[in-house]
Design a protein around this ligand. Structure first.
Ligand code: NAD
Ligand code: UFG
Length: 346
């Protein structure tokens, strides 16, 4: 068991709260900084309930240099898991400044303060969206980071560049405390903790497939629009690599262990390596929950790609990580959370 202190930015959010659980259960001490712009403190109360342990929560913005400095002064931080960020693709197209400010500037402030306190280890929540639209459906890490189609995706690619430059600067300067950076490119995280106590709690009408389907199943929304039925895929609907959020955060713990022997900046895909279509998801959801999902096939959504999934081999080889949970686990865990908490944390 480790007793190192981990700063979790965005720890009250969907993925961050699951990361807190796994970290605390593995013996780490957790300090969360979150401005609650897309989350509720109740998620952290539930994390404490699941783990029977307490964490330190600081309600602050990562753009607030003084607040961050106070945290690093008060705690001997071993590494940072950096989840804080805005993630709504459509909103990012309408409000690009907000996205670059929060995601890019926020990371600049964070890394500046880390450097000032000689904390050199960071794991960053990146996204498969940084690959843009390559000529292949199976994404490997050596594909160029190029052509993200919206400000959200571009902000992730920019942060990756900044972090790569930090590592590059070390290689030019013989520093005694070089950066150790892992970029984790998530595919489509879904599911919830098996307790049903924490899960995804989107504000307003969900943009993503699984939260939308769950809210149709629970009776909050009437009908799912399936965006496109004429893609060159198995049944004409979009195909994605869905990954259980608990598998995803376990990948972060393996990355944390790997950071000890990492030098510079390395990127890994976190995905299952297999895709499912929208119709396959709907069918599985109905089979597992017994709820019929009312849906209609409509026009394609601008910016969507037909099909892609991860090549997860590098993460297996170098992080000793692979997904363990099935699609049925992802859906039954989503449903346990959604049906027990139809209004999320409210
Ligand atoms: P989320 O919105 O549930 O969690 C993000 C958390 O960060 C929220 O609690 C929010 O309040 C907080 N936050 C945002 N800006 C902040 C700031 N400036 N200062 C302090 N706190 C701030 O999102 P999530 O799904 O848990 O995603 C976590 C990370 O993973 C994000 O960076 C996201 O871009 C990335 N990611 C998510 C997905 C996905 O499908 N969920 C896919 C790829 C990458
Ligand atoms: N879909 C629908 N109806 C909906 C919502 C989605 O048919 O109401 C379809 C989409 O067209 C797509 C699939 O379901 O084929 C998955 O869509 P999501 O919106 O759930 O996820 P995306 O793959 O579009 O995007 C997600 C995250 C992005 C991230 C990307 C990385 O939302 O932030 O994965 O792979 F960049």
């Amino acid at each position: 068991m480790s007793t190192e202190k981990i700063l979790v930015t965005g720890g009250a959010g969907y993925i961050g709260s699951h990361a807190c659980v796994e970290l605390m259960q593995a013996g780490y001490d957790v300090i969360v900084i979150d401005n609650l712009s897309n989350s509720k403190p109740e998620s952290l109360a539930r994390v404490e309930k699941i783990t029977s342990k307490s964490l330190v929560f600081v309600e602050a913005d990562i753009c607030d240099k003084q607040a961050l400095s106070d945290i690093f002064s008060a705690h001997d931080i071993y590494a940072v898991m950096h989840f804080a960020g805005l993630k709504a693709v459509g909103e990012s197209c309408l409000q690009p400044i907000k996205y670059y400010q929060n995601n890019v500037y926020g990371t600049l402030v964070l890394t500046e303060v880390m450097q000032a306190f000689a904390v050199n280890k960071i794991i960053f929540s990146s996204s498969a969206t940084v690959y843009g639209e390559p000529d292949t459906v199976k994404y490997t890490e050596d594909l160029p980071v190029f052509g993200a189609t919206n400000p959200y995706g571009k902000s992730k690619a920019m942060v990756e560049d900044i972090l790569k430059d930090l590592a590059q600067a070390d290689s030019l300067s013989n520093t005694e405390n070089p950066w150790k950076i892992i970029l984790l490119r998530y595919f489509n995280p879904i599911g919830a903790h098996i307790s049903g106590l924490i899960g995804e709690d989107p504000n307003g009408i969900p943009n993503n497939l699984i939260p939308y389907v769950s809210q149709v199943a629970v009776g909050k929304l009437e009908q799912l629009s399936v965006f496109g039925g004429d893609y060159p895929t198995i049944d004409g609907t979009g195909v994605r690599d869905y990954i259980h959020v608990v598998d995803l955060v376990k990948g972060h713990l393996n990355a944390l262990a790997a950071l000890k022997n990492t030098s510079g900046c390395k990127a890994y895909n976190l995905g299952a390596g297999k895709g499912y279509s929208v119709l396959e998801i709907i069918t599985a959801f109905t089979r597992i929950t017994g709820k019929d999902i009312n849906y209609k096939i409509v026009e394609r959504r601008t910016g969507d790609i037909a099909e892609y999934y991860a090549d997860p081999d590098l993460a297996l080889r170098e992080l000793n990580w692979q997904t363990e949970k099935s699609l049925d686990d992802m859906i039954s865990d989503t449903w346990r959370w959604q049906s027990a908490n139809p209004n999320g944390y409210e």
